[in-house]
Design a protein around this ligand. Structure first.
Ligand code: ZN
Ligand code: ZN
Length: 311
């Protein structure tokens, strides 16, 4: 439970939540940790419900025994100009799991049944949980990055380790950017099919780049790395300020854009595609009580793949 941003989560006994009409009560089987959770806990996203149970990559079990997923997008109005044009991810009144409503760092979770979806069999709870945001946001970012063959991934964490597998399967070439000297992350990227991993300029021009690291200074660097017509996608919900840069970096029809949230269509596409690749997530599990430890590991940059809390 988060009471005040900037403070550690508190372990508390709370009453089993009641499911209102149109909602489901779920027993949480696993909840993956997302960098967004860290931004919320650290106070970089400014308006969380308080007190708050974070967590929006929830694998839950319904009262009748179905295994379902609860993602970040927890509710939309269905009526605003974004919703009616197929862009519910941009809904003016969207509510988000683990931010506006309580999420999955808990034993029980309540979710709007319209946004809950069945999960495929054959993948463990902890292994499938990171697909629910890291995988989905990464997939949406990859789609918006276009069809370019040479793809740069800046920040090789939970999302990138999934996207790299999908991109390789699509026949793309992957170039992984890590923090200076982070040899563990670089060898992890190479083991997942990246043909180059480093922290400086790539060995050749890229066609597209996705920035997962919350570091605005990477934007001019990524623009400098992509060829004419290249696309740079910022996949995080929060980023430090972008330093000013020469127009020349954007010239040549380079495109810079962000990705916000996700739609139910993204989820249908990724869940259909993941078993074909097949996507294999690398996860480290923590007991629910050790949520602060998992967040600290993510904050320190020590995670290889995804971190998952298991009640
Ligand atoms: Zn809307
Ligand atoms: Zn997330």
């Amino acid at each position: 439970m988060l009471h005040r941003p900037g403070e550690p989560l508190a372990l508390e006994d709370v009453a089993e939540p009641a499911a209102a009409a149109g909602h489901m009560l779920l027993r949480v089987r696993a909840c993956a940790v997302c960098r967004t959770d860290l931004h919320i806990v650290d106070g970089e996203l400014e308006h969380p419900k308080l007190p708050l149970i974070p967590g929006h990559q929830v694998v839950g079990e319904t009262e009748d025994g179905r295994r379902v997923g609860v993602p970040w997008l927890g509710w939309t109005d269905g009526t605003c100009r974004f919703c009616v044009s197929g862009r519910e991810n941009l809904c003016d009144r969207a509510r988000f799991t683990g931010y506006d409503v309580d999420g999955g760092y808990a034993e029980w979770c309540v979710a709007d049944e319209r946004y809950v979806f069945d999960l495929p069999d054959g993948v463990g709870d902890a292994d499938v949980a990171p697909l629910l945001c890291a995988g989905l946001i990464g997939y949406r970012a990859l789609r918006l990055a276009g069809d370019g063959e040479r793809l740069g991934l800046y920040g090789f964490g939970s999302s990138a380790h999934i996207v790299a597998q999908v991109a390789r399967w699509q026949g793309r070439r992957v170039f992984a950017f890590t923090r200076q000297g982070d040899e563990d992350a670089q060898s992890f990227a190479l083991s997942l099919g990246a043909e180059w991993a480093g922290s400086d300029a790539p060995p050749e021009e890229l066609d597209a780049a996705i920035i997962f690291a919350p570091v605005g200074a990477l934007i001019p660097r990524a623009l400098a790395a992509v060829a004419k017509g290249g696309v740079v996608v910022c996949a995080g919900i929060h980023m430090s300020d972008i330093p000013s840069f020469a127009y020349e970096l954007l010239w040549g029809e380079r495109v810079l854009r962000s990705v916000a949230n996700l739609t139910r269509r993204d989820r249908e596409e990724l869940l259909a595609l993941a078993p074909q690749v097949p996507v294999r997530t690398h996860v480290e599990t923590f007991p629910l009580e050790q949520g602060n430890k998992a967040l600290a590991k993510l904050r320190a940059g020590g995670a290889m793949g995804s971190l998952v809390l298991v009640p």
